[in-house]
Design a binder for this molecule. Structure first.
Ligand code: UT7
Length: 329
């Protein structure tokens, strides 16, 4: 019997309608379009005005089920990569099961910040490869507007809201996820953290007054680690799997900063046409960036294409996934 691999057989995204552009941000904090565009590559981002992370995830999941002609009750498992869960508990995955009618699935949230989607995808892959499950949904969803301080110009210009979902199914043609490398370094919490709201600093009037429930980032430090680690891990996964730059059809990078994306693709020796980029319209949606890229570029993907997914985020967490695309749209 041929080996079972886990292949992505569909992708769907959801972004809220409201567009927060650089112009509007310039009226909220001391910033300007030129600075944001030249330092990050972002022109606008989407903001969820009503609803929660589970609502964005549910929209993506319902769209995915429809598009792939899959019955909600046939889903075995859902993993939601997120740092903006609806509640500390129950998990957003539990809520999405309820809202999307995944009556036979179980699920859990996976918190790996901007690496949430690749961590979740790699985890989900195991349940398919072992033959245990036939249909697993992996979601990357974050409503960053709920944890971003719109008085802090160093963070509020970067983030946006959005969700993406993929369906994973068994494949016997050798397509789908081939390999992954996942890494972390918890010492990175010094530079990128949401200080209050957990067991270190439970929410209180004082933590709110000090604005400690918002994302704090030392941008320059995070940038240095991100550039090095995302480029290194992307080069390593190519090396480990004997892939040359000619063998790689697409880089699907986490969308944190166009300069980090450029550094990664240069290190891999890839030309610009092979790099998925949508940071200009969504900003950094944390766990959402990679599935949203796949959604935007789906029509250009061909069966058998070689993709490298690569991310770096809070934790620090980082990693790369090597996969072969399994279908033509
Ligand atoms: O996705 C998860 C991981 N996160 C990342 O990968 C983010 C990594 N970091 C970055 O992308 C970049 O560091 C930022 C985009 C956050 C910042 O860009 P930078 O080129 O590193 O800028 P900087 O922090 O060195 O700041 C340069 C200057 C400073 O002014 P002075 O000290 O030179 O006078 C900042 O105060 O730019 C100033 N500045 C701004 N000016 C206008 C910072 N934010 C803004 C702003 N508008 N929004």
């Amino acid at each position: 019997m041929s080996k079972i691999t886990a292949a992505i057989t569909g992708v769907q995204g959801y972004v809220p309608d409201y567009v927060l552009d650089n112009e509007e941000l310039s009226k909220m904090v001391d910033t300007n379009n030129e600075w944001i565009l030249s330092r990050t590559g972002i022109k606008e981002r989407r903001i969820m005005k009503n609803g929660a992370t589970s609502d964005m995830a549910t929209e993506a999941v319902l769209g995915l089920l429809k598009k792939t002609n899959t019955k909600a009750e046939d889903i075995d498992l859902i993993i939601v990569g997120t740092v903006t869960a609806d509640y500390p508990f129950p998990s957003t995955a539990n809520i999405v099961c309820d809202k999307a009618g995944l009556t036979n699935a179980w699920g859990f949230d996976l918190n790996a910040a901007c690496s949430g989607f690749i961590y979740s995808l790699s985890t989900a892959t195991q349940f398919i490869e072992t033959g245990r499950y036939k249909k697993v949904i992996v979601v990357g969803a974050d409503m960053m507007s709920t944890i971003v301080d719109y008085e802090d110009r160093t963070t509020c210009v970067i983030f946006g809201d959005g969700a993406g979902a993929v369906l994973l199914e068994p494949n016997t043609e050798g397509l789908g996820i081939q390999n992954f490398i996942l890494e972390n370094d918890g010492a990175g919490r010094e530079y990128l953290v949401q200080p209050a709201g957990g067991s270190v600093l439970p929410p209180s009037i004082e933590t709110v007054e000090k604005r400690q429930h918002y994302v704090k980032q030392e941008g320059k430090q995070v940038f240095k680690f991100a550039v090095t680690n995302m480029a290194d891990v992307s080069a390593k996964i190519m090396e480990d799997n004997n892939l040359s730059s000619d063998d790689v059809d697409w880089l699907v990078p986490h969308q944190a900063n166009l300069r980090i994306i450029d550094a990664t693709s240069n290190r891999m020796g890839l030309s610009k046409e092979k790099v998925m980029i949508n940071i200009q319209k969504y900003g950094n949606t944390t766990s959402g960036t990679i599935p949203l890229c796949l959604w935007d570029y789906e029509k250009q993907l061909k069966k058998g294409d070689t993709l490298i997914l690569s991310a770096f985020g809070g934790g620090f967490t980082w990693g790369a996934v090597y996969l072969k695309w399994a279908y033509n749209s």
